[in-house]
Design a protein around this ligand. Structure first.
Ligand SMILES: C[S@@+](CC[C@H](N)C(=O)[O-])C[C@H]1O[C@@H](n2cnc3c(N)ncnc32)[C@H](O)[C@@H]1O
Length: 278
């Protein structure tokens, strides 16, 4: 991936805007940056967008974001991917430690090494942490990680004793990153390129699906799960995140065949743990 393909944006929030302002989070989530980082205790947000975006709304969303402070765009300097290294630190969630390869393993933890490159999933995002926590509390079985990104959840699931594990993503860059991380961990999830919301993507009949996606794909997934043809693969347990707190009810209602057994919130993000109704 060439450095020229990205623009780096820096948003300095105005003094009267809260660091966790829901509209700012909402806009960032909708823009789906290739990566982001928060600095100055969350008062400055840096994010990277592909120059050739296919999102017709992107310009309008950036304009709305600019209203929350000062937004600057800069051509991305060469070698910027290495900048991630400063922000990628070990993350401990219960028994699991997600770490970059340049930190040593923790002897008392289930070790997951992640070198994300451009894919989402260093383990540090609230939604990833919520999923890592939830996976530790549910019965083991076969599992699909829908929207696997770097593969962090699929690899943690294998370490936690889920098997077999499938890792699915619709972004070839994520699939490549997932394969690399799997090899680095000596683990073998079944890695697949495909859209989980598309009935043309065949899915294995797994016990558990973890889906850290945004509201839009989760609603599309809910529609797919309510089709009669989904009966042969609809998972008994569904763990979904990537939702803002206020989006929970809409998604829970759309997942008609499922009942919520637990909700967890972190930093304004929500996780729903659902069980398929008999
Ligand atoms: C928020 S990231 C989650 C990454 C990782 N699972 C984690 O928890 O840190 C969402 C991932 O879902 C993928 N994705 C988005 N929509 C998808 C879809 N419809 N089907 C499959 N993957 C999708 C994106 O490419 C991205 O890698």
């Amino acid at each position: 991936m060439s450095d020229e393909a990205f623009t780096r944006y820096t948003l300095h929030l105005a003094d009267d805007v809260a660091g966790d302002d829901p509209e700012v989070r909402d806009l960032l989530a909708a823009i789906q940056p290739a990566g982001w980082e928060e600095i100055d205790g969350g008062r400055t947000i840096r994010f990277w967008l592909r120059r050739e975006s296919s999102d017709p709304e992107e310009g309008a969303r950036l304009e709305r974001l600019a209203a929350f402070g000062a937004l600057r765009a800069a051509a991305q300097e060469a070698g910027w991917q290495d900048g991630w290294r400063r922000f990628h630190r070990p993350v401990r969630v219960g028994a699991v430690c997600v770490r970059p390869p340049w930190y040593p393993a923790q002897s008392d933890a289930l070790d997951v090494v992640i070198d994300t490159g451009m894919a989402f999933g260093t383990g540090s995002h609230s939604t990833t942490r919520l999923c890592l926590e939830a996976l530790q509390d549910i019965p083991r079985g076969s599992l699909i990680d829908a929207g696997a990104g770097s593969g962090v959840l699929a690899l943690a699931a294998l370490r936690l004793g889920f098997a077999p594990v499938w890792a699915l993503d619709n972004d070839p860059v994520a699939v490549e990153s997932c394969l690399r991380n799997a090899a680095a961990n000596g683990l073998e999830p079944h890695v697949m390129l495909g859209d989980v919301t598309d009935a043309a993507t065949p899915l294995p009949d797994a016990d558990v699906m973890v889906a850290n996606l945004l509201q839009g794909p989760l609603l599309a997934l809910a529609r797919r799960l309510s089709e009669p043809s989904s009966d042969d693969w609809a998972p008994a347990r569904l763990v979904v995140s990537g939702l803002l707190e206020e989006q929970g009810d809409v998604v829970a209602d759309a997942l008609e065949g499922y009942g919520v057994v637990r909700r967890a919130v972190s930093g304004g993000w929500l996780l729903l743990d659902l069980v398929r109704r008999a």
